[in-house]
Design a protein around this ligand. Structure first.
Ligand code: ZN
Ligand code: ZN
Length: 420
């Protein structure tokens, strides 16, 4: 598997085998003790203690956020990021190391990310003779809530650590363990949630002529919103506009005075995003005017996730390193996901390029069998499922190797591929 690796990369990865027991125990400890967004106190303490023991200079940045810096001579600066939070899900995996916290579970695999990055941080420190430059391991709070990376940026991240030349990130996914998926360009969508309140005029249900009915107004808006994706977004571009909640009224015989809608909007391009948001506002204002609404509608954007748009040069260089190390058959072209991440807020704050890849976590045999039956969706639990259970072997080892190989593509003196 490692035959094509460079000598410095092999040198760092030689420290992996002796670290495997520690890595497995660290993972189980995190998995047993999941913490919700912005409450990652124990996880953050664990990260901090470990980083210090490896010789990193450690700083708290942004609540439970934690950054370890290892300055190791001249050379590039590589930052890698892991997220630490868990979800309000009751674990149903039946694993011996299941969550010990009621109603909270690492159902998105962020415990895998923390463990893999800690593992890489340990290896890079133990074998610092094999590379030169600066390695930064960043652990952010609250990815699921969408605000964690922004909180770190607002707490002065950019001024507190060396400016990276490149930022890396990975996410465990329901792909066969032992494989990776990576692609240049947009890999995860930008996402916005939008609360819209429209106003009518309340009345008795028997006297509709005395009212401006916000239920009819909202219904009309919901239908008209369907024309944005079908009529305004260019074929070949893509967007999602979902009305996830629509609330008005309390009783059958009362016409209420307002209606609220909660929308979720996703796309892969900042121009499309701006056009879709503008179209929503135009349609809502137009429908309110048509209905004779007595008061301007209100719009409130929340839970906003930026686009994850992998830099082509960085991604080519890392893909090249992955392919050399893991072999062509283990490295796949990532399929664009409609899921979203707040990872890119960190490289964007520094104004530097990044690459974010997917790490397989599903049992390869089960995956192959389900793929053959055509029942992947039904039989392979995805992120956020109470049954989501990445297999420890080889997911953790591959997660550490991916972090090290990607970092060493910059720090180990490897010649870049022709594409970078
Ligand atoms: Zn998640
Ligand atoms: Zn996640």
């Amino acid at each position: 598997m490692n035959q094509q690796s460079t000598a410095p990369e092999r040198e760092v990865l030689a420290a992996l085998d002796p670290a495997m027991d520690w890595l497995t125990e660290t993972y189980k400890q995190l998995h047993r003790n999941p913490e919700l967004s912005f409450q990652e106190h124990a996880s953050s303490r664990l990260v901090s203690d470990q980083l210090k023991s490896f010789g990193y200079a450690v700083q708290h940045i942004g609540g439970t956020g934690m950054v370890g810096v290892l300055v190791n001579g001249e050379g590039p600066t590589v930052m890698s990021r892991a997220d630490m939070d868990a979800l309000p899900v009751t674990e149903a995996t039946g694993l011996p190391y299941s969550s010990e916290v009621d109603g909270v579970m690492h159902a998105c695999g962020h415990d895998v990310h923390v463990t893999a990055l800690l593992g890489a941080a340990r290896l890079m420190a133990e074998r610092h003779d094999a590379w030169s430059g600066t390695y930064i391991a960043l652990f952010q709070p609250a990815e699921e809530a969408g605000g964690g990376s922004r909180v770190m940026v607002e707490d002065g991240l950019v001024g507190k650590v060396p400016r990276p030349d490149v930022v890396l990130g990975q996410h465990v996914m329901p792909l066969p363990a032992g494989t990776l998926a990576i692609a240049a360009g947009p890999v995860l969508s930008a996402a916005d949630s939008l609360k819209i309140t429209v106003y009518g005029k309340g009345s008795h249900g028997s006297m509709p002529h005395m009212s401006v009915d916000p239920v009819v107004l909202a219904a009309s808006i919901v239908l008209k919103l369907q024309t944005i994706v079908s009529r305004e977004v260019k074929p070949g571009e893509s967007a999602v506009v979902t009305v996830g909640a629509l609330n008005a009224g309390t009783k059958s015989n009362i016409i209420p005075d307002r209606a609220t809608m909660l929308l979720n909007i996703r796309n892969y391009d900042d121009d499309v995003r701006a056009r879709v948001l503008a179209a929503i506002e135009r349609i809502v204002r137009g429908e309110c005017a048509a209905a004779g609404s007595p008061k301007e509608p209100e719009f409130e954007l929340y839970d906003r996730f930026p686009l994850t748009n992998n830099d082509p040069g960085v991604t080519a260089r890392i893909t090249d390193a992955f392919t050399s190390h893991f072999g062509q058959e283990a490295v796949h072209l990532a399929v664009r996901q409609t899921a979203s991440e707040d990872f890119s807020a960190i490289p964007d704050a520094f104004g530097v390029p990044y690459s974010y890849w997917f790490l397989g976590g599903s049992d390869p045999e089960q995956y192959r069998a389900a793929a053959n039956r055509g029942t992947l969706d039904a039989d392979i639990p995805a992120n956020h499922s109470p049954f989501f259970a990445p297999v420890i072997d080889p997911t953790l080892a591959v997660g550490v190797q991916a972090q090290v190989v990607a970092a060493m593509a910059y720090l180990g003196g490897r010649m870049p591929s022709i594409n970078s």
